[in-house]
Design a protein around this ligand. Sequence first.
Ligand code: SF4
Ligand code: ZN
Length: 306
Amino acid sequence: MSSKCSKCGENAVITREYEGRSLCADHFKRSVERQFKKTIRTYNLLDSEDHVAVGLSGGKDSAVLLKLLHQVFGERPDINLSAIAVDEGIEGYRQESIDEAKKLTSKFDVDLEIVRFEDEYEISIDDLAGEQERPPCTVCGVLRRSLLNETARKLGADKLAIGHNLDDQAQTILMNHLRGDTSKLMRTGFRNDYLENQNLVTRIKPLGEIPEREVALYSKLEELGVVDECPHVDNSLIRPKVKKFLNNIQETMPGVKHSLVAQGERIAKNMDAELEKPELSPCKRCGEPTSQKICRKCKFLEDVKQ
Ligand code: SF4
Ligand code: ZN
């Protein structure tokens, strides 16, 4: 039996167990858009005169992020939008997602900057396939984060918007709890300027309160391109296990991801003054801010090239 929209009685496209209601396509899309604006307002993610660079991966999350930012702020003369796509050198998968990024940015008339691991670091993630000590995802994450920050800074961006959804946020927060890593917990908020370093562009996550399956449904309803999964995705790492655990537990506790994320924000806010922040200084190799002498990116690059 198909359910009906709790607002208008039309056929529903989704049932939200965490709210106990179903919504038709129209009311669902409006509700996602409302939530997006509410997150930006509540956590003060954007300011007038901001240049916002959007990290585009070719996947559903960042495509929805760019679409919503364009829809809400595209006409605002005081907000400037641009996009960055990182090519990690992943045969087959990455070219497709770069093409998708080009299509999206031309549709929304947004400038796109494409940066490549091969050009910046002289390695590609495909080179690391099969590595046990340094699985591709671990290196990829560190290198991509660094390159996105450097590129956003070079573009003069005030904010770097990334497409993390509620599920990503809940996973990250739980992982930091499991590791007992309070300092990292402080950096998982919707607006991350915790370390207050002028060389770190403030990262914002406007989709952080929208569940993954709703971002996927929104992208399907809006016909935004979705690219297949990266061939190096590694299900033995902690994150996919935490993801599975949260999805299982959600069946009996439908609001568990929302509660975790809300609690993470509260902890970060209340502990901010109490915690000693790590001192950052320029990396001896690349000059990027780090709490060590040599940053993680440079250590990885050194190991990988040996
Ligand atoms: Fe990089 Fe891993 Fe994501 Fe592939 S799955 S793009 S290797 S982080
Ligand atoms: Zn470095």
